[in-house]
Design a protein around this ligand. Structure first.
Ligand SMILES: [Zn+2]
Length: 282
């Protein structure tokens, strides 16, 4: 009973957290998405395409090269790293973004949690201070509890939140401020992806951009097609019969559709990063 009461009490707080100005009306903002692998942005591609189209400045920062993500025994780490960079750039092109909107920190896939944390947060702080995002998009680190994500996603969630916090304190990574000409920067708003559905308080109508999301998703041939096990190159016509249609159906099928409209869902948070993982506390 007590649990139900607590849930009912927290639910409105969560629901009311959605942005005063709907995401569909955002314009003139700078958006930075932080992800672990070159394709972690895919579940937000409709929203990113829309934000770009509506005159926002959109950047994608990926921590790793994705050089481990294959079940094809013929592919080396180096080859996969090159393949996945191109897939990422092709996908970004499909949603209106170019190479200048892309940052890859070059860490090894699957190893982020073992990387030097102070150094990695410092790199993220640098880009937050340089790009000055109004909105940070990241894996959801959790609301009122920690969300389990697989290793690089888990690391990316916490690193993004920790970097947002560090970026606003001028005496943290102060060399960037004193010697690098950067200012401390406070991120005002957050859109978290990849979290639990009950925690998501915002849905974005991406109907007009669903086709772009599908086209972008189809660029990740090494990840979402049978190329995952037997990579035959980026050209889908070189794959077994019907592969292109199968891939298109699979990617389209993952989009949430209600009453004929397509949506992406997020947990929105506004405020100091210290509070992004929980409701009001004494
Ligand atoms: Zn990933």
């Amino acid at each position: 009973m007590k649990l139900i009461f607590t849930f009912l009490l927290l639910l409105p707080l969560c629901l009311f957290a959605q942005p005063q100005q709907p995401v569909e009306e955002w314009t003139g903002k700078t958006i930075l998405l932080i992800g672990g692998h070159p394709d972690d942005d895919h579940q937000s591609h409709g929203t990113l395409a829309m934000l770009k189209d509506h005159g926002n400045d959109v950047h994608i920062l990926i921590l790793t090269t994705g050089n481990v993500g294959t079940k094809d025994p013929k592919i080396s780490r180096n080859d996969l790293s090159i393949i996945r960079r191109q897939e990422q750039l092709d996908a970004m092109k499909a949603i209106g973004l170019s190479e200048e909107n892309y940052i890859n920190l070059g860490y090894d896939d699957g190893r982020v949690e073992f990387a030097d944390r102070e150094e990695l947060v410092g790199k993220l702080v640098y880009y937050i201070r340089k790009l000055k995002p109004n909105v940070l998009m990241a894996f959801d680190p959790g609301y009122n509890y920690q969300v389990w994500q697989k290793s690089d996603h888990r690391a990316a969630a916490y690193l993004a939140a920790d970097a947002a916090r560090a970026a606003e304190w001028r005496l943290l990574y102060e060399g960037q401020v004193i010697h690098g000409g950067l200012d401390a920067h406070a991120v005002e708003e957050y859109l978290f992806y990849g979290g639990n559905i009950p925690d998501k308080n915002t849905r974005v109508n991406i109907t007009e951009y669903a086709d772009q999301r599908v086209e972008a998703g189809m660029k990740y041939v090494s990840q979402f097609s049978s190329g995952w096990k037997d990579y035959l190159g980026a050209d889908l016509s070189k794959y077994p019969d019907g592969e292109e249609q199968k891939l298109r159906d699979g990617i389209s099928g993952r989009i949430m559709v209600e009453d004929g409209k397509s949506y992406e869902r997020f947990r929105y948070y506004k405020g100091a990063p210290d509070g992004l993982g929980h409701g009001k506390r004494d």
